[in-house]
Design a protein around this ligand. Sequence first.
Ligand code: CMP
Length: 225
Amino acid sequence: MEHLKYLQKVTFFCEMNKSDLRRIVKIGKKQIVLQGRTIFNENTSGERFYIVISGRIKIFTISGEKKKTLAILEKGEFFGEMALLDMEPRSASSIALQDSELIVIKKQDFRKLLAKQPNIAFQIMKTISQRLRQADKEIEALTFGDVIGRLANTLLELAKKYGQNSPEGIKINMPFSHQDIAELIGTGREMVSRVLNRFRRLNCITYSGRLLVLTNRDKLKQWVR
Ligand code: CMP
């Protein structure tokens, strides 16, 4: 039950009452996944639902040589629900970016939980709606936007999620390589390096070690179309 207090504080769980949370923690098993380990692969059958207790999980797809990051999930976020709901194979792969602690719930228990607890089902639907909204925005950017606009927008989103004020500006407090960013926005690494150099020359960004810093957020916003 040590997780109960903790879960109450994070994202979608904070709107759940204590007994719903207790139910989730009771039917789940704790699992530690080491950095770099795959949790499941795209197109395999889905047997479990996962809640992130600590660490970071990347959700991604691969097409030929190209990778696309769909999401980076953190404490209090969940994944693996889609295959358990529509009984189709996994829509994406998942890998631990850091040593991570998960709560794992078996398919049958997950389906029973949703059938019996409308409040939990509602919270999950709410999160799925938010993810669809985010995916719609990405489709729009991929359809109508250019790489510069998409990169500016992604930097602003990363600053919202991982940003920390520093004397130079808003520091994105998680290292993202040019390749990581390319996989987030759906382009090549060379293109990302080129655009980031341009943003640096325009004094929109700088680096603090391996971390990106937004030195002029308003100027960066002007690139978002
Ligand atoms: P499932 O299809 O079972 O396995 C892959 C999981 O990745 C999927 O369930 C969702 O939980 C998660 N996922 C897929 N697409 C997205 C997305 N666009 N944003 C966040 N999570 C996603």
